[in-house]
Design a protein around this ligand. Sequence first.
Ligand SMILES: [Fe+2]
Length: 307
Amino acid sequence: MVNLHDIRYLRIGTPDLESAVEFATKIVGLELAGRDGRAAYFRSDKAAVRGDTRDHTLVYFEGDPSDHVVGFDLKEREDFDRAGAEIEKAGHPVRYGTKIECEQRRVQQLLAFKDPSGNKIELVVRPHHSGERYFPSRDAGITHFSHIGLKTSNAPRDEAFWTKLLNARVSDWIGEAPLLRVNTIHHTLALFPSPHPGVQHINHQVEDFDDVMRSYYFLKEKGVRIVFGPGRHPSSSACFLYFEGPDKMVYEYSVGVKHILPEEEASYRPRQFPFAPESFCMWGSRPDIPEFRADLKDKKPPLKTVA
Ligand SMILES: [Fe+2]
């Protein structure tokens, strides 16, 4: 079993790097930490909330907008070689990162593989932290990069991959989609059925609910397309707002995500929510995100109270 510690970074290709930088800083509110050739690095972590500050959490690089890479670090760095061997043995070819790739990611070592849907995953050891304070580009209230939605062509198969090989645990299901935790946070990863692989949404946590609503009005004024919310997830109990970024990437702000503490691990049982709008938002907001839309799936609606 490979023990993941946390999500570290996301690398996303874009044909228009300047527009992506503009959006990540002036709209999302991330800090442009630096540029390296044809890549731009962004930071997001407030040490007082997260306990540390990752060197960077998002990279936009000049390239194919469907090229997404997700990096996780390991709980024990001594497990690196064993992790590579186990993933390889499970039938997923592993490639070890070159010195240049490690430098680009600010890590000591990395190994790369694909999940069964074809999503590019990297495991890293000794990723850099920053001693500098995160200085946001706008007052969005971001405290840290927290989770991603990932597309899957077969949710039960990929759930088995993440839970049996990589030690993720199912916190809840919405239809077939598992919300997976690797630490105490309700989900660091969620797998949503889709015909193509890739990142489905990018979540940043904000300080409080006022930040969600401030951004709602800010984004509307800036003409950014809001695709879901403001609302509240009945699964993680987080309040959320989803909006569309460059190359139709969906970004999310949320606050109040549930934690499953070590003492609750033994007794916690994942809940099954039907694939219905109510399972995504308990306030009645309707998602305009293909992977969240029940009307695009061949599912029976849940029972309703008869008046
Ligand atoms: Fe989310």
